[in-house]
Structure formats: structure tokens, C-alpha cells
Design a protein around this ligand. Structure first.
Ligand code: EZ4
Ligand code: CO
Length: 420
């Protein structure tokens, strides 16, 4: 890429190999191609339109080397800013430009970010079961594939389908090799409208400590155990749950409350020492600011694609580092392997990066998005290909047209809508 290279094309690729992915492709005059993930689960077409209709025309003719200036232009230059649709779009552009800079210089992106500070990145995966025995089997299946950290979720007695719990037995990964981990439960069900699940906080609070104590007793002291509450509790309930879980020695308890109100975490913090992780639905550093600077969380979970790309995730990491908060980014099967690549380049080069979520992908997703990153024995590595290390098979992608799909919504026993 010479100083005179310019962006000549900006395309949005929508593909649905089992689930929907939106991918940004930026092409330069010198023939370099950069890829970015723009997938926002259940709101895919809003991001596609934002990119196609409002961003692509502004990028053509710009210098692809000016990553930071382009970020400032799209974020600070826009009157309407923040929010998941905007920040996922900005993130996709940022990823694609880092990919181009890597290819232009022949370097993997982690080298451009300062080089490796670790040899490999600890990862955690999911295990779930309709009941505790099935959960324990699912945990065993993930341990057999080498995972050293596992997120445990189970059905709740008296309730039907519970979010994050696979209906189909031993959880993601059954039958697939560890580098082809599978997403057993699709968090977004295909269909014209969201499924409805019934939620009962009291039933959950009676069950969760028992379920997680059983998991700890089953696996022994070493395996890292995590649990996700998906924002369903009040601060008081969260504090009580945290206390009840202290003997389980969790690696983290995730998203205990809807954290728009960052201050409520002060209450949770005063009452329990359980490590807290929050942030997968946050889109900027400002949404984490109080949580980080008051040390109200131990791990910040912002996603490289939904929080404005590599450039912005690095800023969140830098603020968090000062306050001894570590990164544990979101990595579900509803972000594409392009986002996973970007997260791993940040992970290899960021001192306070603790762990990467890795739910895995169906085999066909690994074929559409060929990637240099790899999984081995509980750890991930971004690989050493120039840029992000991604090749998208556009012909294969074109064989899987978009299908509407939504995350479920939760209603309480009385019919009212529950918090996510
Ligand atoms: O619910 O990615 O920690 N991981 C999670 C995920 C999210 C989905 C939402 O699209 O909570 O499973
Ligand atoms: Co989560």
C-alpha cells in the first residue's frame, strides 16, 4: 500500500450458513482486500443498511492507512453516535482497515499492535443441560476436548426452555473436533418473530447455587467455572446470589443486572466478593467507565465488533488496565470468525486480556470464513498470516441467503416482559 492507495469499493456480504452473518469487504485501488465483521444478532439488516447507505459512500476515495482518522470521522464526526448499530458499523470498518494495514505491511495485526505479550490465549466454552446430570455430562465433554474453563448453565425446575441451555443433550461440540467446536444452541431462533420463554427469578435463585455447587463438586478445584445470568436480577437479588456462590469459587459471574445503571453494582460489590464480568452489550468505553474506575467489576466483556473495533477495544483495555480490570471479550457463535480473529489479535498483544469466550461454529461456518486462528488444548492463537488472517469464500457464502432470526424474549409467569 503506497501513500496514495485509496479505497475503491465497500461491499456488504450477508450470508446465513446456519445463522446470519454480515461481513464488510473493503477493496483498495492496489487490490488489497480487508474484512470486517458487522453481525448484530437479530438486527443484522439494520447494520447492513447503515454500512451500505451511510458509510460506504463516505469511504470510497479515502486513504485506507488512516485507521484512526477514519474512526474519528465515523464516530466523532457523526451527530448521532453510539448505540449497537452505529458502533458495530464503525467496528466493521475498523477491522477491515486493520486487516488491510496488515496485508500492506505483511504483518499479522497483533504485530502492529505492539507484538505478542503472551504465547496463547486462554479460552472458555459453554456447557449446558436441561438438568444437572445432563449439564455434568456436557462439562465432561468439553473437558475431554481440552477446555480449562467452562461456562455452566442449566434448565430450572418448573420452567421450560431457559436461554443459553441446549435442548439437544451434551452441549456444543458433540461429535466435532476441538478446533471445530460447534454451537449446539442457536441463541437466535429462525422465524418471523422471537420465541417466548417463561422466566421465574425465584425458581432460578433457588436452583442456581445448587446447580453450580454440583458442578464444582463434579469437576474438582482446578477447572475454571463461569456462569451467565443474562441481566435478569435486581441489585439485591444479585448480591444474594453472589454470596450464595462464594464457596463455588467461580472464575466469574456474568451480567447479574441490566447494567445501564452502573452505580447499582456498588451495592452488589459491598455484599459479595464473587468476581463480576459485565459488558457484552456495551458499545463504548463510556458505558464501562463507572464500572471500571470504581473497580465494580473484575472483567469487562465488550466485544471487538460491537464496541467499535480494535481501535476502541484497545482504549477500553487501556482504561481497564489502570484499575486492574481485565478483558474477557464476548465470543459467541453469533459473531463471525472475522471478529474472533480480531479479538485474538488484541488478546495476544494486550497485557490485561484474561480470557476469550469461544462457543465455536458449525463446520460450514469455518468453510465460509477460512481463518488462520486456531484452538488447541484450551487455548486460542490468532495465527501469523498478514492482517487478520481471514479468507472469505464468497461463492459459498452466496449459497446461504439471509433468513429472519431473533433472540427469544422472556416473560414472567404473570405474562409481563422480563429484563434481558
Ligand atoms: O446471549 O451472543 O456470554 N455470552 C452470551 C451470548 C449472548 C448472545 C446474544 O446474541 O451471553 O450467548
Ligand atoms: Co453473556
Amino acid at each position: 500500500m503506497s501513500a496514495t492507495d485509496t479505497i475503491v469499493a465497500v461491499d456488504v456480504v450477508i450470508t446465513s450458513p446456519g445463522r446470519n452473518f454480515v461481513t464488510l469487504k473493503i477493496t483498495t485501488a492496489e487490490g488489497l482486500v480487508g474484512w470486517g465483521d458487522a453481525t448484530l444478532n437479530g438486527r443484522e439488516l439494520a447494520v447492513a443498511s447503515y454500512l451500505r447507505d451511510h458509510v460506504a459512500p463516505l469511504l470510497v476515495g479515502r486513504d485506507p492507512a488512516r485507521i484512526e482518522d477514519t474512526w474519528q470521522y465515523l464516530y466523532r464526526g457523526a451527530y448521532w453516535r453510539r448505540g449497537p448499530v452505529t458502533m458495530t458499523s464503525v467496528g466493521a470498518v475498523d477491522l477491515a482497515l486493520w486487516d488491510i494495514k496488515g496485508k500492506a505491511t505483511g504483518q499479522p495485526v497483533y504485530q502492529l499492535l505492539g507484538g505478542a505479550v503472551r504465547d496463547r490465549i486462554l479460552t472458555y466454552t459453554h456447557a449446558s443441560g436441561r438438568d444437572v446430570p445432563r449439564l455434568l455430562d456436557a462439562i465432561d465433554a468439553q473437558r475431554a476436548r481440552g477446555f480449562l474453563a467452562v461456562r455452566a448453565q442449566s434448565g430450572v425446575p418448573g420452567l421450560g426452555t431457559v436461554y443459553g441451555v441446549s435442548e439437544s443433550g451434551p452441549g456444543p461440540g458433540s461429535g466435532a473436533g476441538p478446533d471445530h467446536a460447534r454451537a449446539g444452541q442457536g441463541p437466535a431462533g429462525r422465524g418471523a418473530a422471537p420465541d417466548v420463554e417463561i422466566w421465574d427469578t425465584d425458581a432460578y435463585l433457588r436452583h442456581a447455587p445448587e446447580m453450580l455447587a454440583a458442578a464444582r463438586a463434579h469437576v474438582g478445584p482446578e477447572l475454571k467455572l463461569l456462569h451467565d445470568v443474562h441481566h435478569r436480577l435486581t441489585p439485591g437479588e444479585a448480591a444474594r446470589l453472589g454470596r450464595a456462590l462464594e464457596a463455588v469459587n467461580l472464575f466469574w459471574l456474568e451480567d447479574v443486572t441490566p447494567a445501564e445503571n452502573q452505580e447499582v453494582l456498588r451495592h452488589v460489590r459491598r455484599h459479595t466478593t464473587v468476581p463480576l464480568a459485565i459488558g457484552e452489550v456495551f458499545n463504548t468505553v463510556w458505558e464501562c467507565q463507572t464500572l471500571i474506575t470504581e473497580q465494580l467489576i473484575d472483567f469487562v466483556r465488550t466485544c471487538v465488533t460491537h464496541a467499535g473495533g480494535i481501535s476502541h477495544l484497545r482504549r477500553i483495555a487501556a482504561l481497564a488496565e489502570i484499575w486492574q480490570v481485565r478483558l474477557g471479550p464476548h465470543g459467541p457463535s453469533d459473531i463471525s470468525p472475522v471478529a474472533m480473529a480480531a479479538s485474538l489479535h488484541v488478546g495476544l498483544s494486550t497485557p490485561n486480556f484474561a480470557i476469550q469466550e469461544y462457543m465455536g461454529y458449525e463446520p460450514v461456518v469455518h468453510e465460509v470464513f477460512r481463518h488462520a486462528w486456531s484452538y488447541e488444548d484450551g487455548y486460542l492463537h490468532p495465527g501469523d498470516e498478514p492482517g487478520l488472517g481471514i479468507e472469505v469464500d464468497e461463492a459459498l457464502a452466496a449459497r446461504f441467503p439471509y433468513e429472519p432470526a431473533y433472540l427469544p424474549i422472556a416473560r414472567r409467569q404473570d405474562g409481563s416482559v422480563s429484563d434481558w
